[in-house]
Design a protein around this ligand. Structure first.
Ligand code: ARG
Length: 568
């Protein structure tokens, strides 16, 4: 992207970096600007240690020499010890950020790469539980961020709809399945009989044989009873999942469960064999990975000849590569599956592919509820739908209390409740465990989704109450907005945080920036009178500022998948 089209503070950073590179005689990309520890020192800082030696100066001397000589439009430089700090002229800052944020497409870029984002990927016949919340919410946010940066994004849902566990489920259905119960609560009933299977399997060895026979019948590809049942279970499960996706605002370009690769599995195994990496191990087929530093081999086929989770992931990766030639294929899957991803990637490396390292497992930590650890086998699962319902119920109580006259409490309670759960998830470091505390999640104050939504709604309310529409940024005298640098800096860092969040696969970076923007926005409209100043020009400028704030919050929340109600 050309510098002229850089948005917000990124545009100033680019000018500073070019000037520095020239002064120091180095490449622009070796210049990394930081944020000064003390905000009063400016918006950017260059620690001079790295460059001092080559210029034959000590860092403090270099910083002060550069401060004297550097000439960057609308930016002043000053030295504090070994640091060279930069401050943007307040009027120029307000003008640039207001202009960018006050127009659609703030922070957009034109990266123009193809990125596959695989996320959610729940298992059919089981409820989507809170473990799938993180994959769904983080993956969907990441897909929107990449899209905003100009990538062609292919969203894939790799449903767990294949494998020997479906043999068990079919065997369980034949023993304990009840049509009426399946109709009323499909996933609940399928889970119940699956749990029953596991309870009985030890004392009843014939179950295992029935499960194996059922899976074989399913795998035969014939249109038999097993296949018809499996199709039905899949459809019923998908209908349940869709309700959750609608609530979470998650969508997919391709619904390709593991079964989609069924007819590609033989070819995959043959391909691996041709590459000479497959070995026999007690009748099973494996790819040894010791050369790649991984002790446990990648299992391709069991001794019964059935394929495995890894076989299907290998086939999926290769089929995606053949179809898309992606720049990256990201898998948003919990950290507990790290070994699995390491294994099948290492197997592809051993095959000599030049794309294995474009596959990237993006792990995340668990969500913990006061209810404790979850296990599907034991049947103690906390369903995602229950979590969302509870959040909405609590949000409804808050709305009822804060705004009893709200014209559409149901809609806003859904937006605030679900939004709070999403924001809470995304405002935590991806790889850490998230502990769920209902009070904290839904609070209207503090670092929460509802607090950002609330600031957005306040902006909307100010704009509604104004006697006229906010003027266009280019009709505004930016000098009138130069007294709110904190607001412009916060909004001005938005594009940089979108980019950083995408690069680090860390939506938290954007969530935290939105919290900073919201808090600067609160200070702005609390301290500066917007309506009724008696000064038409000043009112126009401040209305334009509120509008830019509203747009940025709405855009940012939208990228994270959090709704932005206009009244709360
Ligand atoms: N269905 C799996 C689960 O719920 C997640 C699938 C992850 N994706 C993959 N390509 N293996 O645990």
């Amino acid at each position: 992207m050309s510098d002229a089209s850089l948005h917000g503070l990124d545009a100033f950073a680019a000018l500073i970096r070019v000037a520095l590179a020239e002064a120091l005689g180095v490449e622009v990309n070796t210049i990394q600007l930081e944020r000064p520890k003390n905000e009063e020192h400016g918006e950017f800082a260059l620690p001079c240690f790295r460059f001092a030696n080559s210029v034959g100066n000590n860092p403090a001397q270099l910083a002060s020499a550069l401060a004297d000589s550097l000439d960057v439009n609308n930016v002043s430089a000053s030295a504090v010890g070994p640091f060279l700090n930069f401050q943007i002229d307040r009027t120029a800052l307000a003008r640039k950020v207001l202009g960018d944020a006050g127009a659609p497409g703030y922070g957009r870029a034109d990266d123009n790469e193809l990125s596959i984002i695989e996320y959610s990927s729940p298992n059919i016949a089981k409820p989507m539980h809170v473990g799938h919340l993180r994959s769904t919410v983080i993956g969907a946010a990441m897909a929107r961020l990449f899209d905003h940066l100009g990538h062609e994004v292919v969203r894939i849902n790799h449903l767990g709809d294949w494998g020997s566990q479906f043999g068990k489920l079919l065997a369980a259905w034949k023993r304990w399945g009840k049509e009426v119960e399946l109709e009323t609560d499909p996933i609940g009933h399928l889970l119940k009989i699956y749990v029953e299977y596991h309870n009985q399997e030890e004392c009843d060895p014939s179950l295992d044989a029935e499960a194996k026979a059922s899976f074989l019948a399913l795998e035969s590809g014939e249109n038999n009873e097993e296949r018809r049942l499996w199709v039905r279970f899949t459809e019923l499960s998908l209908a349940e999942f869709q309700k959750i996706y609608d609530r979470l605002g998650a969508s997919f370009d391709l619904l390709r469960g593991e079964s989609w690769y069924e007819d590609k599995l033989d070819a995959m195994v043959e391909w691996l064999e041709r590459k000479g990496v497959v070995e026999d191990s007690d009748g099973a087929q494996i790819v040894d990975l010791t050369s790649e530093g991984i002790k446990t081999p990648c299992l391709i086929k069991t001794s019964h000849g059935t394929t495995l989770y890894a076989t299907r992931d290998l086939a999926a990766a290769k089929s995606r590569w053949d179809e898309f030639h992606f720049a990256r294929c990201l898998y948003f899957v919990g950290s507990e599956q790290k070994l699995h991803f390491d294994q099948f990637k290492a197997a592809l490396k051993r095959c000599g592919t030049d794309w294995w390292d474009k596959l990237e497992h993006v792990p995340f930590g668990l969500v913990r509820f006061p209810e404790g650890k979850l296990s599907t086998r034991a049947g103690r699962v906390l369903r995602l739908s229950e979590v969302l319902d509870r959040a909405v119920e609590l949000a409804r109580e808050i709305v009822e209390e804060k705004n009893p006259d709200h014209p559409d409490k149901d809609t806003v309670a859904e937006q605030v409740g679900v939004g709070a759960v999403i924001f809470h998830d995304l405002s935590h470091a991806r790889n850490k465990e998230v502990v769920f505390d209902w009070k904290e999640v839904l609070s209207f104050e503090g670092d929460t989704g509802p607090s950002v939504q609330y600031t957005h709604a306040r902006c909307c309310s100010i704009l509604r109450r104004a006697a006229r529409a906010a003027p266009n940024p280019n009709e505004v005298d930016s000098a009138l907005l130069a007294d709110a640098p904190e607001l412009w800096i916060a909004i001005g860092r938005f594009p940089g945080s979108v980019r950083e969040a995408a690069e680090k696969r860390e939506p938290m970076i954007l969530a935290h920036q939105l919290l900073r923007i919201a808090s600067a926005g609160n200070v702005f409209y609390r301290e500066k009178r917007v309506l009724g100043t008696g000064n038409e020009k000043l009112e126009g400028a401040r209305l334009a500022a509120v509008d830019a704030l509203r747009r940025t919050l709405s855009l940012g929340l939208g990228l994270l998948g959090v709704p932005a109600p206009t009244e709360m």
